[in-house]
Design a protein. Structure first.
Length: 319
């Protein structure tokens, strides 16, 4: 007999409690169960899912990659259930003040144009929108929602995916006319690059040659604190930059920026998520309304590049 949805949500609730409280004993105490009973329930859940969710040690509990993904999804599902019950009971429309943080390129291109419509549909919500490429602490900054581009670190934040975008090495036509077009990653050593003022998870730009990967990076002649500043430097012919296609797609279509070394592009992508703090109680209706609105109206797909018979690059936008 198939396990009922109520039992599944109960398993999720126990698993999330174990993670939030840092172990089986603390979770068992809060649930008024025995630690062995809670441990067995998580084991049954792992068996049903066919994957290990936690690595058990004598000193601490550590989530596996699958466990982290399941934890985030379970948090959201439980929050949805609680919110649905709360709204059904009260009939309350979303209201109150909402603080949203986004990186500058994505915020300018994809979030800002939607805000008038969101506020029109939800007249009882007021909004602060903060655009910065600095990675903020949502709790410390008292932000309700943040837009994150790139890999998500392990945290108690709940994430909802909004899209995916490939990365592209590019330069302005004027720059390529002056310095030439690099043909191999080794050629980058003789070029000028646009780097970042903040640390990055990768040391160089990745390229794929045959069955192996390598990293290369042009010496930076300028560094930027955010993606839009780097784009402006690239448009000005300062040097080569590696930027997200969701950001520079219109520039490529218009010929203002030209992809280079595209045949060696490893095809890596950066996921775009809306993240928010998991709540012990129901997720505020204003937060849920905003995240659902973004997920409904943002259409990025997975844009790719194609070279036409005229030699010009064009963006092919995913669905």
């Amino acid at each position: 007999m198939a396990r009922s949805d109520s039992n599944r949500s109960g398993e999720m609730d126990v698993f999330v409690r174990v993670v939030d409280l840092g172990g089986f004993t603390a979770a068992a105490k809060s649930l008024r169960q025995t630690p062995s009973g809670v441990s067995k329930l998580v084991s049954r859940l792992e068996t049903r899912l066919g994957t290990r969710l936690v690595n058990r040690t004598t000193r601490k509990l550590q989530l596996t990659e699958e466990g982290q993904a399941f934890y985030q999804r379970a948090q959201r599902i439980l929050a949805d259930i609680e919110e649905a019950e709360r709204e059904a009971g009260s009939g309350a429309a979303p209201r109150g003040h909402l603080t949203v943080n986004s990186n500058i390129p994505f915020g300018m291109l994809h979030v800002m144009p939607l805000l008038p419509r969101f506020l029109s549909e939800h007249p009882d919500i007021t909004l602060d929108i903060i655009l910065t490429d600095t990675l903020i602490d949502l709790m410390q900054e008292r932000a309700d929602v943040a837009i994150r581009v790139g890999p998500l670190g392990a945290s108690r934040l709940i994430a909802r995916k909004l899209g995916t975008s490939r990365m592209v090495v590019c330069a302005a036509p004027d720059y390529l006319a002056r310095y030439g077009t690099p043909k191999t990653p080794a050629d980058l050593a003789a070029h000028r690059g646009i780097g970042w003022t903040f640390p990055r998870s990768i040391r160089g730009w990745p390229f794929r040659r045959a069955e192996r990967f390598e990293e290369a990076l042009p010496p930076p002649v300028a560094r930027a604190s955010n993606g839009e500043a780097a784009r402006q430097l690239a448009l000005g012919g300062v040097g080569l930059a590696r930027l997200a296609l969701f950001h520079i797609g219109p520039d490529i279509d218009a010929g203002r920026l030209v992809p280079v070394l595209q045949s060696l592009n490893p095809g890596d992508r950066e996921d775009i998520h809306a993240v928010y703090v998991g709540h012990a109680g129901p997720l505020p209706a204003r937060v849920r309304a905003f995240i659902d609105f973004l997920a409904k109206h943002i259409r990025i797909g997975d844009p790719a590049l194609r070279r036409g018979t005229d030699g010009k690059w064009k963006v092919v936008r995913g669905q």
